[in-house]
Design a protein around this ligand. Structure first.
Ligand code: ARG
Ligand code: ZN
Length: 880
């Protein structure tokens, strides 16, 4: 069954208050819920039928205003409890019995290690009790939790604790959340947890108690998240004027979690991998990811909780906006250009692929079968790009006015992306009718740019064409409104002041600015710059000003020029990427024709120039020396020829090894001597660059890399150095050295689940060590568990998503293996199964033999009896 946006109706009933009581036992939980319900005076057309959602619940009792209802007074099926002929206002009491111990889908109330915890977004609350499980029904919650005192000394829910007591070996705590909320923001935790505590004083002087709850062995991994939380709170006050609104803010780390984290009001629940860190066990990237996720969940308190979504089609209202907010936070904390590079690299490889595949959907989807399938890169990352474009079009001050208006106007309400854009229109006076196509049209727009320079008139013209390929359900697209950031470099590499010829379209900024956002609105449009005294090199789409594919016929000399001189850091990196991709394409095309071509010396020279740069920011240089991954090359290909791509990569790596080893070695030694253990951005940059050099040496087959990596591993004082060295060994020329390093690492870290997840994934991704039999051995390892999503992701997910050589083995063995795991996981945890499907959904892009093998596995999955709604939606759309 498909749900459509156009069918949205306001709720017929409202739930003003929700009083919950949980009695937790070892064999189950009794949930007593008192719902204060009344008719919605604003309902579209009132229907006197109350349909409460409920899944896998055992209904024990149902009372209407205190009177027990007989089974003939209501209707019950697998997903709904139906009541008719109700008073205008009433109290419904629902008693259900649920089995958290048997809950393997990790939605609703479930067990992780020895604790009880919840995940209710999007539709998990219906697995706890019968309810109007939709985000536009907002209610005041009180929650009483009762459990055995010795096993569950800590009992947490949303808001503030208001009462507690005990009797015998059991105790209880009552929580009250002063803010109305939809049930997807409900949370409960019970366990034998310890905590780290701190406090934060808000801008108006409110003292907030901050706590991070963890299992006892993780107490030494909380300080980074705590610091990140305080920085986030300060940043949101300074940049958005948003203050925290409760007296306490709690974070809980749980090891079994389907996603990264969840912004439950006052009680954020995190996948332990997204919150726990210390330098001995966590890499610098983990530190940065944790900082970003802590910020993301905290920022949701306003963009998501105080103002929430009317329905799940509006998911990007909170996710796109909050991703934009956390990206800006990270950019302010570290290097802005590097953060942009990382985000765009993800968008271009993964989101562009999604946009071009069978699950392609707009930022605001118009239909779904299973909403869990729409927590996507499109809704999150492209959604964030759409908000970023609004920020560009309004410029910071107006954007802030718009966000202030949005938060004040809609505080306490459940609203739509249109409501958000309307605020931006209102404060800026701009008309965003056309802009809103970014929310409704799917697919990645293509900008094709050509130029013309007229020395006579000193005019420089950009001719811009836009188009957008057809996507499922959307054959024809209307033109988008696209801010295209442009700079023009003179022969010495300096930016020329830009003056746009009158009557030739709009652009942000003023004449004389060095970067202008020209506003592309038509399918074909020209922009003329005047006073251009020499033929410039254009720097286009600076900072990736719009989520589009850009085609401009750069030649390789222009690209190396931009790599050296572009004042836009992002475009300096991007020029290097474009150069590399064009070299790769030349190699791939030649191989397909059975021809031999040499690797263009200009690419190797450009790499050499980067390595010789002594002044640049190290984090940035680390990005500049990275060779484009297979996923990016595959995404950009018309038809994916796996062997040709892998061979080309092999050749490029060997060539870098042959030509640049000396330089890489001396760079490595220099950086190694400087890098140290500190956790500041500068030290992190040094380590990133150093380990990038080591990896290039290893991938180039340099024997020296083995000894260096072994030594680095032995002497490492940070996980960044230890794991960087392990990864270099695993991807390097000496198989025995790699095996023994993997064994040592296992021996040293086997007690640390999060470290072991890294150990699993470095092997699962490896061309050398991740052949199918090794992957099978990993799934049989005693530390592997199919019940733990992180383990499944680190082995099966990594294998399918990153190990191109062995997942795409020509005999189809990798595909078969993935199919078996998808079916196994579908019976346990459909959300995870559905995510594992992603690589198979790309079957149409592969060359015919592999394509047919992948299709066959999808058909097998489709034929599997009892397939979940999650998997069914993805598989059926992929095969259509
Ligand atoms: N709202 C959470 C976040 O982005 C993610 C929740 C995902 N839940 C799900 N069932 N897909 O911070
Ligand atoms: Zn989010």
């Amino acid at each position: 069954r498909t749900i459509y946006l156009k069918d949205y109706r306001k709720p017929d009933f409202l739930i003003d208050a929700t009083d919950l009581n949980f009695q937790l036992y070892e064999d189950g939980a009794r949930v007593t819920s008192q719902l204060h319900i009344r008719r919605n005076p604003d309902a579209d057309a009132f229907r006197d039928v109350l349909e409460l959602d409920g899944v896998e619940l055992q209904l024990e009792r149902l009372l209407l205003d205190g009177r027990t209802l007989n089974p003939d007074e209501y209707q019950l099926d697998d997903e709904t409890l139906r009541l008719e002929r109700l008073p205008k206002q009433f109290v419904l009491t629902v008693v259900t019995w649920i089995k958290p111990q048997e809950n393997t889908c990790l939605e609703g109330l479930y067990r992780s290690s020895s604790m009880f915890c919840t995940q209710c977004e999007a539709e998990g609350f219906r697995r706890i009790t019968y309810y109007l499980d939709r985000p536009d029904v907002m209610s005041s919650f009180t929650t009483t939790i009762e459990a055995e005192k010795s096993r569950y000394p800590v009992l947490l829910s949303n808001g503030n604790p208001v009462a507690s007591g005990e009797s015998g070996d059991r105790h209880w705590v009552k929580w009250e959340d002063p803010f109305k909320k939809p049930c997807y923001l409900f949370a409960l935790v019970a366990g034998d947890l310890e905590w780290v505590e701190d406090s934060f004083t808000t801008m108006s002087g409110r003292e907030v108690q901050l706590r991070i709850y963890v299992e006892p062995q993780d107490l030494n991994k909380c300080s980074h998240a705590m610091d990140s939380l305080k920085r986030s709170m300060t940043w949101d006050e300074e940049v958005y004027g948003r203050e925290y609104d409760l007296d306490i803010f709690n974070i809980v780390a749980v090891s079994d979690f389907n996603m990264g984290a969840m912004e439950n009001k006052g009680l954020n629940i995190f996948n332990s991998s997204c919150v726990l860190a210390n330098p001995e066990t966590s890499t610098d990237s983990a530190f940065q990811r944790i900082e970003a996720i802590v910020a993301h969940e905290y920022f949701h308190n306003w963009s998501g909780n105080r103002v929430t979504c009317r329905d799940w089609f509006q998911l990007s209202l909170k996710e796109g906006f909050t991703v934009f907010r956390d990206a800006e936070f990270s950019a302010d904390m570290h290097s802005r250009a590097v953060k942009r590079i990382e985000d765009v690299a993800l968008l271009r490889t993964m989101q562009f692929a999604e946009d071009a595949g069978p699950m392609s959907h707009p930022v605001r989807p118009d239909s779904y079968m299973e909403i869990s399938n729409f927590y996507t890169l499109t809704v999150y990352e492209k959604g964030s790009e759409v908000v970023r474009m609004l920020h560009t079009l309004l410029e910071p001050e107006k954007f802030r006015e718009g966000s202030d208006l949005y938060f004040s106007r809609f505080d306490g309400q459940a609203v739509t992306t249109d409501d958000f854009v309307a605020c931006m229109e209102e404060v800026s006076g701009q008309d965003f009718t056309q802009f809103k196509r970014w929310y409704s049209q799917s697919g990645t727009p293509v900008l094709t740019v050509t130029d013309h320079y007229d020395a006579e008139t000193s005019e420089y013209r950009l001719d811009v064409k836009q188009s957008c390929p057809p996507t499922p359900g959307q054959q024809e697209k209307q033109p988008f409104q696209i801010p295209l950031a442009v700079g023009l470099l003179d022969g010495s590499g300096k930016d020329m002041p830009l003056t746009l010829k009158a009557g030739q379209g709009d652009a942000s900024g003023a004449d004389g600015d060095l970067t202008r956002n020209i506003l592309v609105r038509e399918s074909e449009q020209s922009f003329v710059f005047t006073g251009v005294t020499e033929k410039p090199t254009p720097s286009l789409l600076r900072s990736f000003s719009a989520p589009v594919r850009l085609n401009y016929p750069y030649d390789r000399n222009q690209l190396t020029f931009l790599m050296s001189f572009d004042s836009d850091g992002f475009n300096r990196w991007d020029a290097g990427q474009k150069l590399a991709v064009s070299v790769f394409n030349e190699l791939i095309n030649a191989e397909l024709k059975g021809e031999q071509v040499d690797i263009d010396e200009r690419y190797i020279d450009a790499m050499r120039q980067v390595l010789l740069d002594d002044k640049g920011d190290h984090a940035m240089l680390a990005k500049m020396v990275q060779v484009p991954g297979v996923s990016l090359l595959a995404e950009q290909a018309e038809v994916v020829h796996v062997d040709a791509i892998l061979n080309a990569r092999q050749r490029v790596h060997e060539r870098i090894g042959a030509s640049l080893s000396e330089l890489l070695l001396s760079k490595y030694r220099q950086l190694h001597a400087q890098s140290g253990n500190a956790l500041d951005s500068v030290s992190m940059g040094l380590r990133a660059y150093k380990n990038a050099c080591l990896m290039l040496l290893a991938q180039g087959g340099a024997q020296e890399s083995v000894a260096l990596a072994k030594l680095q591993m032995q002497q490492a004082q940070t996980m960044t150095d230890e794991f960087g060295a392990l990864a270099a060994l695993v991807n390097g020329p000496d198989i025995e050295a790699a095996q023994s390093a993997l064994a040592d690492f296992l021996c040293k870290w086997k007690k640390d689940q999060l470290v072991m997840e890294q150990w699993f994934s470095v092997q699962a991704a490896s061309e050398r060590h991740g052949a199918l039999d090794s992957i099978q051995a990993l799934t049989a390892h005693e530390l592997f568990s199919e019940r733990n999503p992180n383990k499944v992701r680190s082995v099966i997910g990594t294998f399918g998503g990153q190990n191109w050589r062995h997942f795409h083995a020509a005999d189809g063995s990798g595909y078969r293996f993935l199919r078996e795991w998808i079916i196994k996981m579908d019976g346990l945890n459909p959300q995870i199964a559905s995510r594992l499907l992603t690589p198979l959904t790309r079957w149409r892009k592969l060359e015919p033999q592999r394509s047919a093998l992948m299709q066959k596995e999808l058909q097998e999955i489709m034929a599997h009896p009892g397939l979940s709604r999650d998997a069914y939606e993805v598989v059926s759309k992929s095969l259509k």
